[in-house]
Design a protein around this ligand. Structure first.
Ligand code: HEM
Length: 575
């Protein structure tokens, strides 16, 4: 891994922090193995079944079907019956973006669901392509015979013993509902919703009870105990190898290991023309964002460092984190005369997804937003972390090269961008944005474009994917060094516009990637920026260093911005 790896970075944030581009924490819907309020069905079970029904239609012979999000378009089929499926659609329809497809979200739901109910970590790879319509039929149904099920699992790529394991790894959580299968699950009169839930085993955790209770003869799994044997599909499947697999799965360790592998294989069952990413592993040190923007007539360099530690270790109290960077332009270009230092970032606690919790990990985030000048800008940056315990500070510099700041030719300015939307009682009707960008004033671009993408929307509309010219907009004053451009994007009844910008100058293209629009026109935007935008209070040499202090003196912010103080210190280095 080397920063920046945009798709990896986006998937990593989503997988381990549980939040999407709009910073909405969708994994918290399933966190702590939550139940829906009415009926008390398990969200994790609904998400796991949703993923299975999407993957189950894979055909290894022609490479079609598999986990591709086609399930969103297939809920009117008898084989996909169930209220849990419809609830899941609502959970998942707001988060897809250009790096995280709807299909990846279905797979993530299975990973989070298993982890949220104390199950094993399931390795996750991204890169699934979202289908734009229904796929083939073929999800197994309980009234089909063993030969039919064995053949369907073979077509999905699973051997007979893998079939037994995968069904047990699915039916360790959740229930059969009376409202969906009245012949299998009795209606429960004490349940005010009238929807009887007959759970597969006596525990709500993702554990081996499904196997121990089956082998021990105490199971209440309706797909085993039903008096109508036509529907006893788990009984037929579990006993199909003389109970050898189910005997083995009684061991907690064996169950965890097997199910981690089986669920991973299930979510990696994708159409043959899809190439998945490498496994997304948790980055212990992560630069989660780095951009230049304008907030209240100041040019701001903003970056966010996320560090992790074991969740049974208290948060460090003496830690200090400094941001260091080189100018990209001017007399001190590339740190030839000075290194800039910012201290005292705003410290926050990024959320942890069920998977990060299962890995017993906690995050601390260090948010820097420092005023800079356009004629100095940023070429690269790095961090110095001092734990305050006498040990030498640790430098995080991307393996030695520093974090190279991608480009400053075009910047995104959410602060001045605006949103217009219409909603009625049924929800969002239309959404549109005027996106403001800054392009360096000395440039004469031959092309300036907004690439706008939105993969969300009720009832899964095709993604909005538009390229719109950015037009010079002299009515907007930015800051010295940047001229304002704007473009209008209408993303219809979709929720999560993603902003990419591109300018072409002398045949070279400069790109800003993956800007979000959630904070536009909302008070949170103000909160977010004002809580991190910092005032520059001094320029002084760091104690112990020699050399003269340079004349770095960015504009002072308005007092309202000075909620947190970052000391920007500029030192001369001996070169
Ligand atoms: C022959 C194969 C299978 C059959 C016939 C089958 C059948 C069923 C049925 C009838 C239900 C009840 C649904 C409802 O009442 O809404 C159910 C629930 C469930 N199934 Fe399966 N299943 C099979 C395989 C799997 C597999 C392989 C998985 C995942 C790895 C899985 C995961 C689940 C889960 C988690 C639930 C509970 C859903 C909830 O509580 O909302 N199933 N299954």
């Amino acid at each position: 891994y080397e920063w920046p790896s945009p798709q990896y970075d986006a998937l990593e944030t989503f997988l381990y922090e549980g939040r999407d581009l709009a910073t909405s924490d969708i994994s918290s819907i399933v966190g702590n193995c939550k139940l829906r309020s009415s009926p008390d069905s398990m969200v994790a079970a609904e998400w796991l079944r949703f993923a299975y029904h999407d993957a189950a239609t894979h055909n290894i012979t022609d490479g079609t079907g598999g986990l591709d999000g086609s399930i969103f378009f297939e809920l009117d089929r008898a084989e996909n019956a169930g209220a849990g499926m419809r609830d899941t659609v609502r959970d998942f329809e707001v988060s897809a973006d250009k790096y995280i497809s709807r299909a990846d979200i279905v797979a993530l739901g299975a990973v989070w669901g298993v982890a949220a109910c104390a199950g094993p970590p399931v390795p996750f790879r991204g890169g699934r392509r979202a289908a734009l319509g229904p796929g083939p039929l073929g999800v197994p149904e309980p009234n089909q015979d063993l030969a039919t099920h064995t053949e369907k699992f073979r077509l999905q790529g699973f051997s007979p013993s893998e079939m037994i394991a995968l069904v047990a790894c699915g039916h360790t959580i959740g229930s059969v509902r009376s409202s969906d299968f009245p012949n299998l699950a009795p209606r429960n009169n004490s349940d005010s919703s009238g929807i009887g839930l007959s759970f597969f085993d006596s525990t709500r955790n993702y554990d081996s009870a499904i196997a121990t209770e089956y082998i021990g003869g105490t199971t209440k799994n309706p797909l085993i105990t039903t008096s109508d044997l036509t529907f006893a599909s788990d009984l037929r499947i579990f006993s199909s190898d003389g109970n050898a697999t189910m005997n083995r799965l009684q061991s907690a360790a064996e169950f965890a290991q097997t199910c981690s592998a089986m669920i991973a294989k299930m979510i990696n069952t994708v159409p043959s023309d899809v190439t998945l990413t490498d496994e997304i592993v948790l980055l212990p040190v992560k630069v989660a964002s780095a951009y230049i923007t304008v907030v209240k007539d100041r040019l701001i360099f903003s970056t966010f460092l996320r560090l992790s530690h074991a969740d049974d270790v208290p948060d460090p109290t003496n830690r200090t984190v400094n941001l260091l960077w080189c100018d990209k332009r001017g007399e001190n270009k590339d740190c030839s005369g000075k290194i800039n230092v910012a201290t005292n970032p705003v410290v926050g606690t990024p959320p942890t997804s069920p998977l990060a919790k299962a890995k017993k990990t906690k995050f601390l985030g260090y948010d820097f937003a420092v005023p800079i000048l356009a004629n100095q800008s940023v070429s690269k940056f790095w961090f110095e972390v001092n734990e305050g315990n006498g040990s030498a500070p640790i430098v995080h510099d991307n393996g030695g090269d520093g974090y190279i700041f991608p480009q400053d030719e075009v910047i995104y300015v959410p602060w001045l961008s605006t949103r217009a939307f219409k909603a009625d009682g049924a929800g969002l009707v239309s959404n549109g944005f005027t996106i403001v960008a800054g392009i360096r004033s000395e440039l004469k671009p031959t092309k300036a474009m907004l690439h706008a993408y939105d993969g969300t929307g009720r009832d899964q509309p095709p993604p909005y994917n538009a390229t719109i010219d950015l037009v010079s907009n002299s009515s907007i004053a930015l800051v010295d060094g940047y001229s304002a451009y704007s473009a209008i994007a209408n993303n219809g009844a979709r929720f999560l516009l993603n902003v990419d910008l591109e300018v072409v100058v002398d045949g070279i293209s400069y790109k800003f990637d993956y800007g979000q629009t959630t904070f536009i026109d909302k008070s949170q935007q103000l909160d977010k920026f004002l809580s991190t935008v910092t005032s520059t209070t001094a320029t002084s040499p760091i104690p112990g260093t020699t050399g003269k202090s340079s004349s770095f003196s960015p504009r002072l912010p308005s007092p309202v911005g000075a909620i947190f103080i970052v000391l920007v210190t500029v030192i001369s280095v001996l070169c």
